[in-house]
Write a protein that binds this ligand. Structure first.
Ligand code: PLP
Length: 361
């Protein structure tokens, strides 16, 4: 058993790889369930009540995935032929199958932002004038923490300002808060406090919080009632899913208070990486559990490709993912402790002493 655990790979590909804890499995086994399409699953109802309470909202709704919860929010706030403003590397734009267009019928209107953090000056020029033959801006979407910018965090004053100005021109704002508890931890603030001005908020139970399945959408009672209809339309009406929600409840109550450990591990990893020749990143920018680093030329040798380094690390039981030709993402989570981080660093240092693969020279 112990040797099997020692041989398990150090999996830094994503915080989605976390497995349910013994407490979650116990709660799943013991969950009281009912038919949720009839609103009769007490465990799902409890999870929804707790999520609404924690976010200081009227209501919440349980989803099988974050993508479905984001799509539901988009489809609920918009109609076909309208525009959704988001950051150019946004998850809804790049990693959700183009569902905002394919299913909600919306046109994405994107703008790149430094560190993925939008502000009103970047958003305002994208808002369409009220001319009858122009596609209208129906929704603004922000992502906190920003996944593909390395887990960056919105200063609450910036996201509050965007929401206030958007509301002044009649546009709702949805938050993709897949990792909002990581943002709250980094800021030392509560999730209700930093998301209070958004019209709807999605967050994942299945990322750093460690649940096997599930995401939540929170908002007003009226919005959530409309979202429930959209969820059913998308095939997301579930029956005795309280067995899953039970793990989600444990995740929601227990895990947020330990996320700072993942952040400390990510910073430790970043500081170690920054000392390795051929790797470029600024450890001070690593404030949550995601880091993305660049592979750079060293002493006249070309930069290693991410595909090559990822493959060499996999041979040493360290798993991570390429995000570009010369960039790699690593994500810390509760299945990777400090010892594993140090082992990963040793493996990376070894791999980076190899010459660039002949094929790429
Ligand atoms: C993971 C993630 C989602 C939702 O993903 P699912 O895999 O569909 O649960 C949404 N937004 C961001 C930023 C994410 O990282």
């Amino acid at each position: 058993m112990i040797s099997a655990m020692l041989r398990a790979p150090i999996d830094l590909r994503s915080d989605t790889v976390t497995r349910p804890t013994p407490a979650m499995r116990r709660a799943m086994a013991e969950a009281v369930v009912g038919d949720d399409v009839y609103g009769e699953d007490p465990t799902i109802n409890r999870l929804q009540e707790r999520a609404a309470e924690i976010f200081g909202r009227e209501a919440a709704l349980y989803f099988p995935s974050g993508s479905m919860a984001n799509l539901t929010a988009i489809k609920t706030w918009t109609r076909p032929g309208t525009e959704v403003i988001c950051e150019a590397q946004g998850h809804i734009y790049l990693y959700e199958m183009g569902a905002l267009s394919a299913i909600a019928g919306c046109v994405p209107n994107t703008v790149p932002a430094p560190d993925g953090i939008l502000n009103w000056d970047l958003i305002e020029p994208l808002i369409r004038p009220h001319v009858y033959y122009r596609a209208q801006t129906a929704l603004i979407e922000l992502e906190n923490t920003h996944n593909m910018h390395g887990g960056t965090v919105y200063p609450p004053s910036v996201s509050d300002d965007i929401c206030e100005r958007a509301h002044a021109v009649g546009v709702p704002v949805h938050l993709d808060g897949a990792r909002i508890f990581n943002a709250a931890t980094a800021l030392g603030r509560g999730v209700a406090d930093i998301t209070g001005k958004f019209d709807s908020v999605m967050f994942c139970l299945s990322k750093g919080l460690g649940a096997p399945v599930g995401s939540m959408l929170v908002g007003s009672r009226d919005f959530i009632e409309r979202a429930r209809v959209t969820r059913k339309l998308l095939g997301g009406g579930m029956r005795q899913a309280g067995v899953l929600a039970a793990a989600g409840l444990v995740a929601l109550e227990q895990t947020p208070k330990r996320l700072h450990i993942d952040h400390e591990n990510a910073r430790h990893l970043a500081e170690g990486l920054a000392r390795i020749d051929g790797i470029g990143l600024d450890p001070k920018k690593v404030v949550t559990n995601i880091l993305i680093f660049e592979l750079r030329p060293v002493n006249g040798s070309p930069a290693r490709t991410a595909a090559d380094v990822v493959a060499e690390l996999a041979k040493r039981d360290v798993l991570c993912g390429a995000t570009g030709k010369h960039s790699i993402r690593m994500v810390t989570h509760f299945d990777v402790g400090r010892d594993a981080i140090d082992q990963a660093l040793a493996a990376i240092a070894e791999v980076m002493t190899q010459p660039a693969h002949a094929a790429q020279a």
